[in-house]
Design a protein around this ligand. Structure first.
Ligand code: SF4
Length: 381
């Protein structure tokens, strides 16, 4: 149980961690042994996070509560942007798998073969949403004229024409990471498991890079600048260092602009120094500490378990986030209801319980990651 006064903790002693990180980076010691270490057995089961959980917590505590603590998701409410992003990721995975495999056997690049593989992968990822009328095929059914099937295919063709054969080597595709971040909460020692999936690990300009695909319809002047600072990039570079024991400092942002007319493609390298990775680890520890404190407050408020109304106020709203990216938050209709009864009636009818498990979402088993989990952890992974 985390006590309230733990908020008054001292900032984590970074000295030891700093020297540990330096040794890891300089010697390139693989961390797999540490992942399977005894420490993981002692990790708190509730200390498993991924980027989306922590990002949502930063955006709006209330939306974090609804999605990741109460596991609510709006029925039929997946945003077109999410479906489009998933389809694009699968299409790029098909493309780079083909590119890597053909290079190994020395077959030449064939644009049509790649395009067909990408279109099939996109369709496979989105066909259920298309059949359920949750994702449009044609521009007439898409109010913003951007995210629909035929435009996706135009964008994928444009991508191949822009980068027909890459000037980097694909080393690995969709690489799962379970980034172990040791913590010391005033004497309680354990590990946070930060789960993620890196789109590509590549060798580019003589350096290892973590490559991330990003779809966006607002690639303005601040778009690339938004990746430093950026927790996901730091976590994925830090996590890949952890996983491979290799000195990885670079990320490559692969931006795919989704527009009505011509698509836009941009790439930019982003770097992370060791100090930034250490800072990221400390920030994750502090976010975890806050989340545990909030959970603890809920327990304390009733003595027996969460009181829902009080929980909603403990995880307070951030109304500035309700329409971020020009889209309504999936919980906006809940937040507009004044009474608890009205909110809970709506929850029962317009929302489904879809349990969020970082391991499952990233399509991996804890055991496959070399993570030995105890019974408490198994309940949530
Ligand atoms: S509607 Fe606004 S306040 Fe409510 S959960 Fe979403 S972002 Fe938070």
């Amino acid at each position: 149980m985390i006590r309230e006064e733990r908020l008054n903790y001292n900032v984590r002693d970074t000295g030891i961690i700093r020297s540990m990180a330096k040794v890891r980076v300089q010697l390139g010691t693989p961390r797999f042994e540490l992942v399977t270490s005894k420490l993981i057995q002692e990790s708190r089961p509730e200390c498993v996070f991924d980027f989306s959980m922590l990002d949502e917590f930063l955006n709006c505590h209330r939306s974090y509560l609804y999605r990741y603590e109460w596991h609510l998701t709006r029925i039929g409410g997946s945003a077109h942007s999410l479906i489009f992003g998933d389809g694009t990721h699968d299409a790029l995975k098909a493309h780079y798998t083909l590119l890597r495999d053909k290079k190994i056997v020395g077959r030449p690049f064939d644009r049509e073969e790649h395009l067909e593989a990408m279109e099939r992968a996109f369709l496979k990822a989105t066909h259920k949403a298309i059949l359920a009328n949750e994702f449009p095929m044609f521009i007439e059914d898409q109010p913003d004229g951007k995210r629909y099937l035929l435009n996706a295919w135009k964008i994928l063709a444009g991508y191949l024409d822009t980068y027909p054969q890459e000037n980097f080597e694909v080393l690995d595709i969709e690489v799962p990471i379970a980034y172990i971040i040791p913590y010391d909460l005033d004497g309680e020692v354990g590990e946070i498991i930060y789960i993620g999936r890196v789109d590509l690990l590549i060798q580019y300009l003589g350096h290892l890079h973590v490559m991330e695909h990003k779809t966006s319809s607002i690639m303005g002047k601040h778009f690339m600048a938004s990746f430093r600072p950026n927790h996901q990039v730091s976590g994925y570079i830090g996590g890949m260092r952890e996983r491979t024991g290799l000195p990885i400092y670079w990320g490559l942002i692969n931006a795919i602009g989704v527009y009505k007319n011509d698509p836009k493609f941009e790439r930019e390298r982003v770097r992370r120094e060791t100090d930034e990775i250490i800072s990221f680890e400390n920030q994750v520890i502090n976010m975890t500490r806050e989340i545990l404190w909030y959970r603890d407050r809920i327990q304390q408020s009733t003595g027996t378990g969460p009181n829902e109304e009080e929980a909603e106020d403990i995880f307070y709203q951030n109304p500035r986030y309700c329409f971020k990216w020009n889209q309504a938050c999936q919980f906006h209709i809940l937040c507009q209801k004044a009474s608890k009864t009205a909110r809970h009636t709506l929850m029962a009818h317009a929302y489904a319980k879809v349990v969020w498990s970082p391991f499952k979402f990233h399509n991996m088993k804890a055991e496959d990651m070399g993570v030995q989990v105890d019974e408490r952890v198994k309940k949530i992974v």
